[in-house]
Design a binder for this molecule. Structure first.
Ligand code: CP
Length: 318
């Protein structure tokens, strides 16, 4: 079975079967990554471009390692060192990159919809590595792989997503992905950072009910998975939350409130973390934290995305 599409732009447009295919192919690549020689020749001769208009540690490095493990040639381009600085448009930039026989363009851009804009104009495959506050599909896929691995499945789990829901592309991709896979997703955060009616607006596209909790206690109680989101400190001053101290007190995960979640609940965070704000160090580094497992799984997931877009089939990962 293969993935019959040119691009991966969001989770919203992926079917549950496509998500399952990517996760199962990722599991095969995890086996490859456990070998002495962690490399397969699948994408030999292909060129993968990492085009990042925003900072990144995890996503960019992980896509680069994934492409290299598949034997592709990889090039990193950051906006600050490109001709974008001289006024070149996004459309011209990507058409010039494609003219150099690039096969896959991975793009992170501050504008929601930028990957969709370029995907329409290129024959090359496009992968969204995060667009504004819209979606971050590879993050949600690696999150789902981590949950599947740690909890044995996704269906029926209570997943609490807590923090700045309004600006979080990670939240949006996970809401779509987790509900497609049958999880019960509960959102919580400051009222100013949880869009009013989100449970109905996005919820109508979800396979399982999407709820907004009224309190941290309601969100955490009996959760199987707690996913904390980065508070975007750059938004301080916009009156969206009173102070970092208050945020930490009312919306942060710590040694006291974590006990409301199930005893075997896992704690997730997409990174980068603000230690002591949305999550205490005690929890981030504690036994239930799977934060570094998420990062580790990112490589296998991104290998699967690249492999399947290049026409690979789950059955023939060797
Ligand atoms: N989770 C995530 O997208 O991290 P980076 O911004 O470091 O890529």
């Amino acid at each position: 079975m293969g993935l019959n599409r040119k691009d991966i732009l969001d989770i919203e447009s992926l079917s549950p079967d496509e998500i399952r295919l990517i996760l199962e192919t990722s599991e095969s690549f995890k086996e490859v990554l456990g070998r002495d020689i962690k490399k397969v020749p699948t994408l030999r001769g292909k060129t993968v471009i990492n085009l990042f208009f925003e900072a990144s540690t995890r996503t960019r490095t992980s896509f680069e390692i994934a492409a290299k493990r598949l034997s592709a040639d990889t090039i990193n381009i950051s906006a600050s060192a490109s001709s974008v600085q001289k006024g070149e448009t996004l459309s011209d930039t990507v058409k010039n990159i494609e003219a150099m026989n690039s096969d896959v363009i991975i793009i992170r851009h501050p504008a929601s919809g930028a990957p969709h804009f370029i995907a329409k104009r290129l024959k090359a495959s496009v992968i969204n590595a995060g667009d504004g506050s819209h979606e971050h599909p590879s993050q949600a896929l690696l999150d789902m792989l981590t949950i599947k691995e740690k909890k044995g499945g996704i269906e029926g789990l209570k997943v609490a997503i807590i923090g700045d829901i309004a600006h979080s592309r990670v939240a949006r991709s996970n809401i779509h992905g987790l509900t497609k896979m049958g999880a019960k997703v509960v959102l919580y955060g400051p009222k100013t950072l949880v869009p009013k009616g989100i449970d109905k607006i996005i919820g109508k596209y979800c396979n399982t009910p999407l709820r907004v909790a009224e309190s941290m206690e309601e969100a955490l109680t009996d959760a199987d998975v707690v996913m904390m989101l980065r508070i975007q400190l750059e938004r301080q001053g916009q009156s969206l939350f009173p102070s970092v101290r208050e945020y930490s007190r009312f919306f942060g995960l710590n040694g006291r409130n974590v006990s409301l979640a199930k005893e075997d609940a896992i704690i997730m965070h997409p990174g980068p973390m603000n230690r002591g704000v949305e999550i205490s160090s005690e929890i981030a580094d504690g036994a239930r934290s799977v934060i570094l497992d998420q990062v580790n799984n990112g490589i296998a997931v991104r290998m699967a995305m690249l492999y399947l877009l290049a026409g690979g089939h789950k059955e023939v990962v060797t």
